[in-house]
Write a protein that binds this ligand. Structure first.
Ligand SMILES: C[C@H](O)[C@H](O)[C@H]1CNC2=NC(N)=NC(=O)C2=N1
Length: 181
C-alpha cells in the first residue's frame, strides 16, 4: 500500500519529496527507512525512464551530514552504481570492494599516537549517537584508517555515507600532521 501511494504522491507533488512523505505519513524510524528504500528501489531505473529521477536529484543534493542513521536491518545492500553516485557526496572517502563487500575507506596522518586515540574518541561519540559504527585502525603510531560498511547486511547502506559525511565535517586540524604541499 505504502509503495503504491508513495509512487502516486511522488509523481504528482512539487514539494520537497522526503519531507512531504514524512509529513503525510508521520514517518519516523523504520517507516522512514522504508521511504528511503522505496526511493532507492526506484532509482535503479535509468533516469530517462525513472519517474523518481527528481527524487534522486533532490536526495542527492540533501547534505548527508545533516541526516540521521536509521535501523539498517530494514535496508538492502546498495548497488555499486548507487554507491558510485553517493561517493561524490562524501569528501575524501574512497569506495572499495573487498571480497565482494563494498566499503568506504579514508586515511589520515595524526600528530601523535595519543592524538590518534583522541580522534577515535570524537568518532566514537558520533557513532554512538548514530547507532552506526566504523572500523578504526591506528598503525605505525600515527597512521589512521577508518572503514565503514553495514555489517548486518554485508554491504553499503545510506547510513554508511551519513556516518562518513559526519566524520568529514569534523574540524581535526589540531589532531592532524600538516600535509606537505
Ligand atoms: C543493534 C545495533 O543497532 C546494530 O547492531 C548496529 C550497531 N552498529 C552498526 N554499525 C555498522 N557499521 N553496521 C551494523 O550493521 C551495525 N549494526
Amino acid at each position: 500500500m505504502l509503495r503504491a501511494s508513495a509512487a502516486l504522491l511522488i509523481s504528482s507533488s512539487r514539494v520537497p519529496l522526503v519531507s512531504f512523505l514524512n509529513a503525510q505519513f508521520q514517518l519516523h524510524g523504520r517507516s522512514r527507512c522504508l521511504v528511503s528504500e522505496i526511493l532507492q528501489d526506484h532509482t535503479k531505473l535509468p533516469s530517462t525512464r525513472n519517474p523518481f529521477s527528481v527524487v534522486r536529484t533532490y536526495c542527492a543534493t540533501q547534505d548527508l551530514s545533516t541526516k540521521k542513521c536509521c535501523d539498517s536491518n530494514d535496508l538492502r545492500p546498495m548497488t555499486e552504481e548507487a554507491a558510485n553516485e553517493l561517493i561524490q557526496k562524501v569528501h575524501g572517502w574512497s569506495l572499495v570492494n573487498e571480497g565482494d563487500t563494498l566499503k568506504l575507506n579514508r586515511y589520515w596522518k595524526v600528530k601523535s599516537f595519543k592524538k590518534g586515540l583522541e580522534f577515535f574518541q570524537i568518532v566514537a561519540d558520533i557513532a554512538e549517537a548514530e547507532g552506526h559504527h566504523p572500523d578504526l585502525h591506528l598503525v605505525n603510531w600515527n597512521d589512521v584508517k577508518i572503514e565503514i560498511w553495514t555489517h548486518s547486511i554485508g554491504g553499503l547502506t545510506e547510513n554508511d555515507f551519513i556516518l562518513a559525511s559526519k566524520i568529514s565535517a569534523l574540524d581535526l586540524h589540531h589532531l592532524l600532521r600538516k600535509t606537505s604541499n
